[in-house]
Design a protein around this ligand. Structure first.
Ligand SMILES: Cc1cc2nc3c(=O)[nH]c(=O)nc-3n(C[C@H](O)[C@H](O)[C@H](O)COP(=O)(O)OP(=O)(O)OC[C@H]3O[C@@H](n4cnc5c(N)ncnc54)[C@H](O)[C@@H]3O)c2cc1C
Length: 392
């Protein structure tokens, strides 16, 4: 096997498999992607039927990218013939006590600035269009028609398959032990020997600090164990993707929930955002958290009661959070031959695009997309007194 490549990608979850694909478009056989487990494993952040995708976002740094993320998925769909994005429309909710909403106001401002069309709806208007919701008068919503879901499992498999078809090598079940900068390239030590590359892309999720340690980088990351539950609603037709949108309920800590129509399983899915405990990639369990489950059930029984049915299963998963909950997409200042991305618990919708951006950082040293907000040297990542806040 070849031991020297132009590009090595460490980690083949959602972002790494996309980076391998976009690098393979540029450099084919000069790409090696290394994954510590088997492709499609369930120990990371990217394995489930669905992840929310949307133009709607809380800050301009993201609304500047959301249109491009649909284009990145479309490139993989066109090349593979596999449909990955399903538009359902999407609702962002908040209970508004005073005049101004706290959370969805930021969404409206960011969409206004980016020229993204949406509707503002009151509780009665939402219930007239989607009687699945049972809302109090104080509820306000934004509806954006392009929201929907990305089929995450298929997306990862499509990116990996297309990367291989373009000549990339993907090494599975091979942990990377260290990345050692060497000259203007790097050596990548693995269980299967040492590989050399001119550029390295790190997309290692919750393991990122272990992977980056030998390159002298430690990021202030918090890993939490999250979960989603599939409910076998008895009212399947009401929760089909053509009748029921994706939704996010913004209510602050322990009161932020999200959900999907019936997709992937004969069941609708919902979860609590940042509802889990702090863990590490090694100490996490696969046991559902009963408190987060009870919070979710209480929420659904109150606001979307006909969605609730027998529980099919609850699936655990990890978030890798930065203190400001913004992404990291950058090259290491001391070792620009190494690029890194951290998804901050909301990056799957952007995985295709982040993969493309990482490939540009590796190939050209810069990206055509605006990623300044995701710099690795921003205060949230360099100032130890920066107050962490995970609710956006
Ligand atoms: C319950 C839940 C719901 C979510 N919902 C949404 C949503 O609706 N919309 C959205 O946009 N995002 C959502 N997210 C967030 C999104 O899924 C993640 O941000 C995204 O999947 C992160 O991808 P990743 O490639 O960085 O991480 P991962 O998928 O974890 O990939 C990292 C990979 O690196 C590999 N690796 C690590 N260390 C090594 C090593 N030393 N050697 C080799 N390989 C290594 C790992 O095994 C893993 O495969 C959700 C996350 C969770 C947990």
């Amino acid at each position: 096997m070849k031991t020297a490549y132009e590009y090595i990608v460490v980690g083949c979850g959602g972002i790494g498999s996309a980076a391998a694909y976009w690098l393979a478009r540029a450099a084919g056989r000069e790409v090696l992607a290394i994954e510590q487990f088997a492709l499609g494993h369930e120990r990371g952040e990217s394995q489930d039927h669905s992840r929310i995708i949307r133009l709607a976002y809380h800050a301009p740094a993201y609304t500047a990218l959301t249109r491009h993320t649909y284009a990145a998925w479309a490139a993989a769909e066109d090349e593979s013939g596999v449909r990955l994005v399903h538009r359902t429309g999407g609702l962002d909710f908040e209970l508004v006590a005073g005049e101004q909403p706290q959370y969805i106001g930021h969404y409206a401002d960011s969409m206004d600035a980016a020229g993204i069309a949406y509707e503002r709806l009151g509780a009665a208007e939402v219930m007239a269009r989607w009687p699945q919701f049972r809302l109090p008068g104080a509820a306000r919503a934004l509806y954006q028609a392009d929201s929907g879901l990305v089929d995450a499992r298929k997306a990862n498999a499509v990116h990996a398959t297309l990367a291989r078809a373009r000549g990339a090598t993907i090494l599975e079940s091979t942990p990377v032990r260290a990345i050692r900068p060497s000259g203007d390239g790097a050596e990548v030590d693995t269980a299967a020997g040492t590989f050399r590359a001119r550029r390295v892309v790190v997309a290692s999720g919750a393991w990122s600090n272990q992977v980056l340690r030998a390159a002298g980088t430690t990021l202030p990351l918090t890993v939490t164990q999250e979960q989603v539950t599939y409910f076998a609603t008895p009212h399947l037709r009401e929760f089909a993707p053509d009748r029921f949108p994706i939704w996010i309920w913004h209510g602050g800590a322990r009161e932020c929930f999200y959900g999907f129509p019936v997709y992937g399983e004969v069941a609708a899915k919902a979860g609590q955002d940042v509802g889990g405990e702090v863990v590490t990639a090694d100490t996490r369990t696969f046991e559902p958290n009963p408190r987060a489950h009870a919070d979710l059930l209480r929420f659904l029984e109150t606001y979307i009661p006909r969605m609730v049915g027998p529980e099919l299963y609850t699936k655990t998963c990890l978030y890798t959070l930065t203190p400001d909950r913004d992404f990291v997409i950058d090259r290491l200042p001391a070792h620009p031959q190494i690029a890194v991305a951290i998804g901050a618990g909301h990056a799957f919708k952007f995985a295709g695009l982040i993969g493309k951006i990482l490939s540009q950082l590796a190939v050209d040293g810069r990206s055509e997309y605006p990623i300044d907000a995701f710099r690795i040297d921003r205060p949230a990542l360099t100032d130890p007194s920066f107050p962490a806040s995970f609710m956006v």
